[in-house]
Design a protein around this ligand. Structure first.
Ligand code: DGY
Length: 316
């Protein structure tokens, strides 16, 4: 019997074909909808490998019933959806897809900064709705990006790639990170100082117990009234209730979010009432070439693990 690989979302044929001769590849056939929990629990029982998405909760309940499981390969650089302690306890390898998505995610994050600062989404709506009556001296004005100070929280690979883009836009970049880095033309700042000095604050930390709720009422209160907050990392790092209040009361000027505490963002979420918020549906790494490269890393990790070879991109 061939070892079973269970893939939790419909993926393109070219992403899985390298596995099909050697393994029994099973796949949830919906692209839009995540696999229901009960189906995943059942499939996990016989699978040797799970190829998962960031929308799947791979918790201890699942891991404990997955008796044959050797590897969980997550189609994301983030892996906060996987219980690593449970995986370690059961000697299951967990892999992610770093590096190949760095540039595309940085592009999207910077695009979100520009869209938020210059009100691109609102401006487009005025054209389509017929509200655009004439050119006006202060109409649709936003925050200038060139010459502004960008504060990056979490100076890892994506933070650095964003930093390079920002320098190309003549921004002054400061950063806050768990460990200090030696970077050219970029100064370290304590978190409170970064929040107080920045015109734009961008978050690139992973979601962990340490970073959950890291940007709350107090932190938003330190930011300038003209500042924009951009989060393309993980929902949960920003306290959404506090952000709603800060945007509604103009404590900060605007925000751009690609990620939310609950995804998809429910249509009745009050954040959607705000004009000074730009929202995207978690598309940080959504470049065609990037996504195929991410899938290639997953397929390679699964194949290496199931054939007893060293596994790259292990997070545990
Ligand atoms: C990741 O890989 O963690 C990104 O959030 C996906 O867009």
């Amino acid at each position: 019997m061939k070892p079973i690989i269970y893939i939790t979302r419909k993926l393109p044929d070219e992403a899985v074909k390298s596995l099909e001769d050697t393994y029994e590849v099973r796949m949830w056939q919906e692209e839009e909808q995540p696999v229901p929990r009960e189906v995943l629990l059942e499939e996990a029982k016989s699978a040797s490998a799970l190829w998962t998405m960031l929308s799947d909760q791979i918790d201890s309940e699942l891991i404990e019933t997955a008796e044959n499981l050797k590897i969980i390969s997550n189609l994301a650089v983030g892996y906060n959806n996987i219980d690593l302690d449970a995986a370690r306890k059961h000697k299951i390898a967990v892999t992610n897809t770093p590096e190949v998505l760095t540039q595309t995610t940085a592009d999207l994050a910077f695009a979100l900064l520009l869209a938020t600062a210059r009100r691109l989404v609102q401006a487009e709506k005025t054209v389509r709705s017929g509200e655009w009556k004439s050119w006006t001296p202060m109409g649709m004005t936003g925050q200038d990006v060139y010459g502004a100070t960008l504060g990056i929280i979490g100076m890892g690979r994506i933070g650095e790639a964003v930093c390079r883009r920002a320098q190309g836009f003549d921004m002054n970049v400061i950063y806050h990170n768990r460990t200090r880095r030696s970077l050219e033309d970029v100064n370290y700042a304590e978190l409170d100082d970064l929040l107080a000095q920045s015109d734009f604050v961008m978050i690139f930390t992973p979601l962990t117990e340490e970073t959950r709720g890291m940007i709350g009422k107090r932190e938003l209160g330190l930011m300038k009234n003209t500042a924009c907050l951009i989060n393309a990392s993980r929902g949960g790092i920003v306290d959404e209730e506090a952000l709603y209040e800060a945007l509604k009361t103009n404590q900060i000027w605007a925000a751009g979010l690609d990620v939310f505490e609950q995804e998809p963002l429910p249509l009745d979420n009050k954040l959607l009432e705000l004009e000074n918020l730009t929202v995207l549906p978690h598309i940080g790494s959504a470049g065609i070439r990037t996504r195929l490269e991410m899938m290639k890393l997953n397929a390679e990790a699964i194949s290496a693990c199931l054939s007893g070879k060293p596994v790259k991109n292990r997070v545990c």
